[in-house]
Structure formats: structure tokens, C-alpha cells
Ligand binder design. Structure first.
Ligand SMILES: NC(=O)c1ccc[n+]([C@@H]2O[C@H](COP(=O)([O-])OP(=O)(O)OC[C@H]3O[C@@H](n4cnc5c(N)ncnc54)[C@H](O)[C@@H]3O)[C@@H](O)[C@H]2O)c1
Length: 278
């Protein structure tokens, strides 16, 4: 019997939790730039009964994304997408954050949207970070949503003189992810497919652990201590949401971003995490 095909990018903890939750009985193409991560996660899943094909890919390259799609199509039409590849503000310079998290995600959603099967569904992972940045103008939001992918990185707001630091680059990238999901879901809808986004708060994974140990470590620890949940989240809690979004129970949900941050954003605006006023 032919299996449904699912592309998963980023052999990290969030991707794996989602893939384990929804990937049983499917053919999973697991892409990552770091082949060691990819093979490690593929083995954990294969040892647990999943059918996983590790594949080296770079989210910042359209050719690489197309090669992964072609690989997946060898097994049939692509029905599901999970995008959990990315770099954090402490892991990469501004240019790499924009190329991977902003441009790469936009290209992936576009390319998979061209071939997604009828009744398919996708989920990408943005971040609470996109919710903290001050509002952009309606025109800037529109540009992030609709600018042709190859022109995105030439937008004025993404030029080096307009980006303060890697955190600001990450916030812009994640805001762009949300806008891009709204824009692309319309095209996915023409295929009878849906596309959504999860904006996690602090989730304990290697990426977050790099942040705890990086220059903003105290800021992050304070954030989860003072959010209503009083703790960081887990990748499995993100899988709870992805399971809804990728299943028929989420059939009326598309173009949405689900903020799942233990209330950290609420506390940032209206609670003890509010920045001090000068
Ligand atoms: N962990 C958190 O606290 C948190 C919070 C908010 C958002 N996120 C987002 O969730 C997503 C997944 O993060 P995670 O915490 O599971 O991290 P992780 O470090 O466990 O996994 C990320 C994976 O992406 C891969 N990757 C990096 N650059 C790549 C590229 N160019 N091409 C292909 N793969 C690449 C890495 O090799 C790694 O395996 C990221 O987009 C991240 O920004 C994470």
C-alpha cells in the first residue's frame, strides 16, 4: 500500500516531536543541513517503527529545497509539510538568520505549495519573538507577506542599516513567517490544502539551550520564570498543536499562527515581563 508522504525539515526536537506524533504509517523525508543531526533523529525514529529517509538539505537554498521535494516525490505525492529548521539569534549572524529563517521558509512554503496534494496540510514554526517587536506599518507587513521570494532580502526594512542585532533579525524573520503563511495559504487552498504556523515560546531544545548559555541567557531564564506558566515548554506540547493543525479536526483552520508561549507575550505587554519605562 502506498503511504502518504511527509516532508520534515530540521532534524531538531520540535520537528521530531511533531513527526513522531503524526508521522506513523507515513513516508517521512527528514531534511537537515547537518547530516549528523539528521541521521541521529532518523535512527531514533526508525528504531521506534517509523519509516524515515534522511536527506541533506539547506533551507537557505531553493535548489536544495527543490532537490528534497524531488526526493520526496519518488515516494508519491507530498501530503504533509512540517518545517522546524532554523537558526536562533545566538547561533548565527544577521545575514544567516535572514537567509535561513526568513527567505528559506518563504521559499519552502512556496515550492511545497506548488505540489501539495489535495487535502494536504502543512505547519511551520515561527516564534513568540515575532510578537514582541513593535508593530510594523501595514505596508511593511504587506511587503513581508507578498514580495516575490527572490526580492525579499532586498526589502528596505531588511537592509543591514535597519537591523539592530541578531535578535531583531530573528524577530523580523519570524514576523515574515506569519505573514507568509497567510499569503501562501490562499495558494495552498487552491489545491484543497491548508497551511498554518506555530509561534512557540521557550521550548527546551538544543536551540533554546544555546540561548540559555548565550549572551541573552538571563533574559530568557527571567522570561519563563515570570510568564504565567512559570516554566519553559516542551517540544511535545508543540506537537499537541501540530496534531490538531495537520488533522481533519483542524479542517477549518488555515493561514493561522498559534502563539504557544505559556503566556510570556501576555506578561510582556500587561504583566511582570513588561519592559521598564524610562
Ligand atoms: N526552542 C525554542 O525555544 C524555540 C522557540 C521559538 C521558536 N523556535 C523555532 O523552532 C524551530 C525549531 O527549533 P528547535 O528548537 O527544534 O531547534 P533545534 O536546534 O533542535 O533544531 C533546528 C534544526 O534546524 C537545522 N538547521 C539549521 N539551519 C538549517 C538550514 N539552513 N537548513 C536545514 N536545516 C537547518 C539544525 O541543524 C537543527 O537540526 C526553529 O525555527 C526555531 O526558531 C524554537
Amino acid at each position: 500500500m502506498k503511504k502518504d508522504v511527509m516532508i520534515v525539515t530540521g532534524a531538531g526536537q520540535i520537528s521530531m516531536a511533531i513527526a513522531r506524533r503524526v508521522g506513523f504509517g507515513k513516508k517521512v523525508i527528514l531534511g537537515d543541513k547537518n547530516m549528523k543531526n539528521c541521521e541521529t533523529i532518523a535512527k531514533v525514529m526508525t528504531d521506534a517503527g517509523f519509516d524515515v529517509e534522511p536527506f541533506q538539505m539547506d533551507l537557505s537554498s531553493r535548489d536544495s529545497i527543490r532537490a528534497m521535494i524531488a526526493k520526496a516525490q519518488e515516494f508519491g505525492e507530498i501530503k504533509y509539510l512540517v518545517n522546524g529548521a532554523g537558526v536562533s539569534p545566538s547561533q548565527a549572524p544577521i545575514e544567516a538568520i535572514l537567509k535561513v529563517d526568513l527567505y528559506g521558509t518563504a521559499v519552502l512554503l512556496e515550492e511545497v505549495g506548488k505540489v501539495i496534494a489535495e487535502g494536504g496540510a502543512g505547519v511551520t514554526i515561527s516564534s513568540q519573538s515575532g510578537w514582541r517587536m513593535p508593530q510594523l506599518t501595514p505596508e511593511q507587513d504587506r511587503q513581508l507577506a507578498t514580495t516575490p521570494t527572490e526580492e525579499l532580502l532586498s526589502l528596505e526594512i531588511l537592509q543591514p542599516e535597519n537591523i539592530k542585532d541578531t535578535l531583531h533579525a530573528y524577530q523580523l524573520a519570524k514576523r515574515c513567517n506569519e505573514k507568509r503563511v497567510m499569503y501562501e495559504c490562499v495558494k495552498w487552498g487552491a489545491h484543497g490544502a491548508r497551511l498554518n504556523d506555530i509561534a512557540p515560546g521557550i521550548i527546551v531544545t538544543p536551540l533554546a539551550i544555546d540561548e540559555f548559555n548565550g549572551p541573552r541567557g538571563d533574559f530568557y531564564k527571567n522570561m519563563f520564570a515570570k510568564c504565567p506558566a512559570g516554566r519553559p515548554g516542551t517540544a511535545d506540547e508543540m506537537a499537541n498543536i501540530a496534531e490538531l493543525l495537520l488533522s481533519d479536526a483542524g479542517a477549518f483552520i488555515t493561514g493561522s499562527t498559534f502563539l504557544a508561549d505559556g503566556g510570556a507575550t501576555a506578561s510582556y505587554y500587561y504583566g511582570p515581563l513588561q519592559p521598564k519605562q524610562n
